[in-house]
Design a protein around this ligand. Structure first.
Ligand code: DHB
Ligand code: FE
Length: 300
């Protein structure tokens, strides 16, 4: 059986991608940001998931305002980097996992979450920047297939935190009913507090961000009660991207181990928040690294 073993959150600031693409990662401003992801890259290389589900938002790159799906699941075999105005990022094409994606679509839609199935899509910084940060230099090819799940946070109304958490639950169920032994990691990207335009442009609220991180780990149900207006008041208009982190969290067990946390201010206009959460049950499914202590005794 497939199993979600861990979840990762990361901001997806486009300027981080530009710093990588223009070889500026050693500059002091950027080094502060990138140094916070060194441990994450080690963790990813050691964890070696078979598949990543990448929850992110499209920034009017693949979808114009003409079509704005609330939840769009990438079921294609590959997803090229989008041209966001200065040419596509020089990163490899993201290879998908059409079989698992189709299975998730079927399971989740029959569970009454009406996803949009996407068979052709380009992916923007929302997905590829966190991949760089956590997977490291792809050096020609990303280390594993990635199923993109694009969430509308651009055009009002985005889905609620509660809806996102429950979708995460449905994704967990879907993955756990996939017959192949796959170890899956789910990313939730975007956030933390940031506002890009208007009178409050530049807003960053570290107190809110840090409390959000604490609740995300220990008390995510509390976050499912936050209303959009309060999220935007506290975390800025673009801070609404944080709803996507609840999909990641809903796809994990109730109790998780926080194995890593990094928070820094600012990167571009944004507070960067990053956590790695592992399911306590991570060794009971998929190809566990070490044999479980009571190997072969119990099957759940
Ligand atoms: C910035 C952050 C984002 O999440 C984004 O999508 C675009 C810009 C910023 O900090 O400038
Ligand atoms: Fe964004």
């Amino acid at each position: 059986m497939a199993k979600i073993i861990a979840g990762v959150t990361s901001s997806h600031v486009p300027a981080i991608g530009a710093a990588i693409d223009n070889h500026k990662t050693e500059e002091p401003y950027w080094k502060r940001v990138f140094s916070g992801f060194e441990k994450s890259k080690e963790w990813f290389a050691k964890t070696k998931p078979d598949v990543v589900i990448g929850v992110y938002n499209d920034h009017a790159s693949a979808f114009s305002v003409e079509i704005v799906p609330t939840f769009a699941l990438g079921c294609a075999a590959e997803f090229p980097p989008a041209d966001e105005g200065w040419g596509p990022r020089p990163v490899p094409v993201v290879k998908g996992h059409p079989d698992l994606a189709a299975h998730i679509a079927q399971s989740v839609i029959l569970d009454e979450f009406d996803l949009t199935v996407i068979n052709k899509m380009e992916v923007d910084h929302g997905l590829t920047v966190p991949m760089n940060l956590v997977m490291g230099d792809p050096n020609g090819a990303w280390p594993c297939p990635v199923i993109p799940l694009a969430v509308n946070v651009v055009l009002f109304p985005p889905p609620t935190t509660h809806r996102c958490f429950m979708l995460g639950r449905a994704i967990k169920k879907a993955v756990e009913s996939y017959p192949e032994d796959l170890r899956v990691v789910i990313f939730g990207t975007g956030g933390m507090s940031h506002q890009i335009s208007g009178p409050r442009a530049g807003l960053i609220n570290s107190k809110f961000d840090k409390a959000f991180l604490d609740d995300l780990v220990k008390n995510p149900k509390k976050l499912t009660k936050i209303k959009h207006v309060d999220l935007m008041r506290e975390a800025g208009a673009e801070g609404i991207e944080l709803v996507m982190w609840l999909i990641m969290r809903g796809a994990l067990d109730d109790k998780v181990d926080e194995v890593y946390r990094f928070y820094t201010v600012p990167a571009s206009n944004t507070a960067v928040g990053h956590v790695i959460l592992e399911n306590k049950s991570r060794k009971s499914g998929g190809k566990a690294k070490k044999a479980p202590k009571k190997a072969g005794k119990k099957k759940k």
